[in-house]
Design a protein around this ligand. Structure first.
Ligand code: PLP
Length: 283
């Protein structure tokens, strides 16, 4: 695999980041993941805009123009012959002797790589998944897509050990979001609920694209938080992310959602999303 590191396209064995990189020592950096389907970047403008915003929130300079970053992404897709998978971007504050405070003028470390994987018509998308519920262990600025992901790593590991595919996180009696996805439920009267954007969750790019599609298709949306009890009583549930697209949730904890199969509205949303991405034809 060819990766991008230190301003060059190199084989992955040749790519190295320094010991004193603040991404490594402090988690002082941000990342993005964009889906690639049929060799094309999906919703990439939204991901690049969020990358820019995350960096600005941390006062890390943008390592290159968004056009130049997209060129890196496109070059990696071409050179690796990526048809389906993801492109990962990461920028850290850069290298400096270890201290919480950092000197002025650091040059951000910018890396990017591709990962080939199935994104469309996965088993999880076709059959739905079971998610655990667990207290949200993360810091207070989840709207910034930082590489500090230990909360998610531990929550996902515990969920997996208990036999769940993923985990939805809770705080103050409400679901915040999935460990690496946006959470949604569909009420018995057909309304789609998802939490409004705030520092409590990451503003999902797939969420933004999907809510626009919901409006276009005349579906009812309410942006508000919901409790685990509401989720367990929901007609349907699903989650979205760049790497999982629209994935039905058919069990939350020990509670089966609906009839235990992906819901009708969820399946329609899967199609709308793939149509908008140009993957399938509109029916
Ligand atoms: N929330 C969290 C915590 C995430 O890590 C992710 C994606 O990784 C999402 C939501 C979904 O965001 P997106 O749709 O932009 O991939």
């Amino acid at each position: 695999r060819i990766v991008y590191c230190a301003g060059q396209f190199v084989p992955e064995e040749k790519a190295h980041v320094g010991l004193f990189d603040r991404g490594f020592l402090f988690g002082d950096g941000v990342y993005e993941v964009t889906a690639v389907i049929g060799g094309r970047l999906i919703d990439n403008d939204l991901h690049l805009a969020r990358f820019k915003r995350s960096l600005a929130e941390l006062a890390i300079p943008l390592p290159a123009s968004l056009e130049a970053i997209e060129e890196v992404q496109q070059t990696l897709i071409a050179r690796n012959g990526l048809v389906e998978g993801t492109v990962y971007l990461q920028a850290t504050r850069g290298e400096a002797d270890r201290d919480f405070l950092y000197p002025e003028g650091l040059v951000p470390t910018f890396v990017a790589f591709t990962q080939a994987r199935q994104l469309v018509a996965t088993k999880a998308q076709k059959e739905g998944i079971a998610v655990a519920l667990a207290p949200d262990p993360r810091w207070a600025r989840r709207d910034i897509k930082t590489v500090m992901l230990l909360g998610q790593v531990l929550a996902k590991r515990e969920a997996k050990a208990s036999g769940f595919a993923d985990v939805w996180l809770t705080q103050e009696g409400q679901i915040t979001e999935g460990a690496s996805s946006t959470a949604y439920i569909v009420t018995s009267d057909g309304k789609i609920l998802t939490r409004g954007n705030s520092p409590v969750i990451l503003p999902g790019c797939t969420r933004q694209a999907l809510l626009k599609l919901c409006e276009r298709h005349g579906l009812m949306i309410e942006e508000r938080s919901f409790s685990p009890a509401e989720a367990e009583a929901a007609a349907e549930a699903f989650q979205t992310s760049a790497s999982s697209l629209v994935t039905p949730v058919v069990r939350i904890g020990e509670t089966v959602i609906g009839n235990g199969k992906p819901g009708l509205l969820t399946r329609a949303l899967q199609s709308y999303y793939l149509e908008a991405a140009g993957v399938i034809e509109a029916t």
